[in-house]
Design a protein around this ligand. Structure first.
Ligand code: NAD
Length: 438
């Protein structure tokens, strides 16, 4: 394969397109959004993602964008589909963008002769490949599966703010394939694109669809386990949560990642994949008590943290919140645990000033003027009686404790959601942390 098209060059698709172009492939990106297409053709990043601007500047020769999906498909040998699949009220994903893009892909296929591989990377409900993708593509293209048309389900396990790094060095690549040659072609592509020659987990389409949401459901369960342990440690003086989770993580059956204890999970993937997993299980008559409970326990984490903070403050106190996004290095605030705590504080009469320049525009859209937004950590802390360290970023970890001492009043509260700091650094203030007794 030499020329690849990517339909849907949004937050995930454009990073994928850039990484594939960076490996030497000619890449055609297609998107309905002209603003995105024009920016890409100027070599500029239409959205915020670390490394994206540099990647697009570097790949200008190999990466072009168009508003015509049919044209991009006709000129390529394989097409990644990375349009959005937003969550519907019943917990399943909307296929509206997927179906529209498949029709346009089918149209493009009518304009070419050679065999074509369509690779769906969107998050979908299990059964969508067979139930929607195959019939829609067959009808729109006039081709039959296995006869000029091959299919893959190849979702990514990627978190915003880290998309390019994870796509370039994944733990593994999940490939659901309509036939064996598909996995072989994707093995070659990922072998060129990824710096770490990742193993491929190859299987049939339905198994890959299930793996995608089952894996995310497992990760949320593991995060929730660590949060349960954090709550317990808050009631056991002397217990060192970090030492406990680090030791447990050394057991190969467990592993260290996400076993941390903090604010709980949020963002545009984990909560909705968890709900989709539960909804799918229930649709098959299987009780989904585990994912439903994980969701409930995750909400309880934010309730517990907000209650601890409120108990330690005078009514109506001014609270500085460092970090609003659901994780570092992203503007996204979808189901952000930090914003959930902010909402509770506002509901209970506290005033909030927040510092998170990347996430401020989206937070403002959601909460308007209900809270203040500061342009620096100092401005955020000044005049507040408490500070919540909600961000898990390196930048936050490096804030000097003296800054809190300089701006908060004597006896002011520092509430550390990630145990970045040590109590002894905050003489004159009260230091509390998730996973430690007050
Ligand atoms: N963003 C992530 O980190 C991430 C991680 C894992 C999985 N996913 C999955 O990847 C998919 C894409 O997510 P995203 O965050 O990149 O979404 P996004 O909304 O940022 O991007 C989707 C893009 O598709 C374009 N589009 C919509 N309909 C189209 C059509 N018919 N033809 C061409 N373009 C069209 C939109 O204009 C938009 O630019 C979703 O299924 C999501 O669940 C995303």
């Amino acid at each position: 394969m030499d020329t690849i098209s990517v339909v849907g060059i949004g937050k995930l698709g454009l990073c994928m397109a850039g990484c594939i172009a960076d490996a030497g492939y000619r890449v055609l990106g297609a998107d309905l959004d002209r603003r995105v297409v024009d920016a890409v053709n100027r070599g500029e990043a239409p959205h915020v993602e670390p490394g994206l601007a540099e990647l697009l500047a570097r790949t200008r020769q190999n990466l072009r964008a168009t508003t015509s999906t049919a044209e991009a498909v006709a000129a390529s040998e394989a097409t990644f589909v990375v349009v959005a699949t937003p969550t519907l009220p019943d917990g399943t994903y909307s296929n509206a963008q997927l179906e529209a893009s498949l029709r346009a892909i089918g149209e493009g296929l009518r304009a070419k002769r050679s065999e074509h591989l369509v690779i769906v990377s969107c998050t979908v409900m299990p059964g969508t490949m067979e139930g929607l993708v195959v019939p829609t593509l067959e009808e729109a293209s006039g081709r039959r599966l296995h006869d000029g048309l091959a299919l893959a389900y190849n979702p990514e396990f990627i978190a915003m703010g880290d998309v390019i790094r994870i796509f370039s060095r994944p733990d593994f690549v999940l490939v659901g394939e309509s036939e064996a040659s598909v996995g072989e072609r994707l093995a070659e592509l990922y072998g060129r694109v990824c710096a770490n020659r990742p193993p491929l987990a190859r299987m049939n389409l339905i198994s890959a669809e299930l793996t995608k949401i089952a894996l995310n459901c497992f990760v949320t369960t593991k995060i929730t386990y660590a949060n349960m342990l954090a709550e317990l440690c808050e009631h056991v003086p002397g217990a060192d949560l970090g030492a406990i989770t680090a030791a447990m993580g050394r057991d190969a059956r467990i592993g260290p990642r996400v076993l941390r204890g903090g604010l709980g999970f949020g963002g545009p993937c984990f909560p909705r994949d968890n709900r989709a997993f539960a909804t799918f299980a229930e649709s098959r008559g299987v009780e989904a008590r585990l994912p439903r409970l994980v969701q409930e326990l995750n909400e309880a984490v934010q309730e517990r943290i907000a209650a601890r903070i409120e108990e330690s403050l005078a009514p109506g106190a001014a609270v500085a919140v460092l970090g609003l996004a659901y994780k570092p290095n992203t503007p996204l605030v979808d189901e952000s645990p930090s914003l959930e705590i902010v909402r509770r504080l506002l509901d209970h009469g506290f005033s909030v000033r927040a510092y998170d320049p990347l996430a401020t525009p989206l937070a403002r859209q959601l909460h308007g003027g209900a809270l203040d937004y500061a342009g620096s950590v100092e401005e955020c802390l000044a005049g507040c009686q408490a500070a919540i360290v909600a961000s898990d970023s390196e930048e936050t970890r490096r804030i000097a404790p003296e800054l809190f001492r300089a701006h908060l009043p004597e006896g002011g509260l520092v509430f550390d959601c990630w145990r970045h700091f040590r109590a002894e650094d905050f003489a004159g203030l009260r230091y509390q942390a998730v996973g430690m007794p007050s």
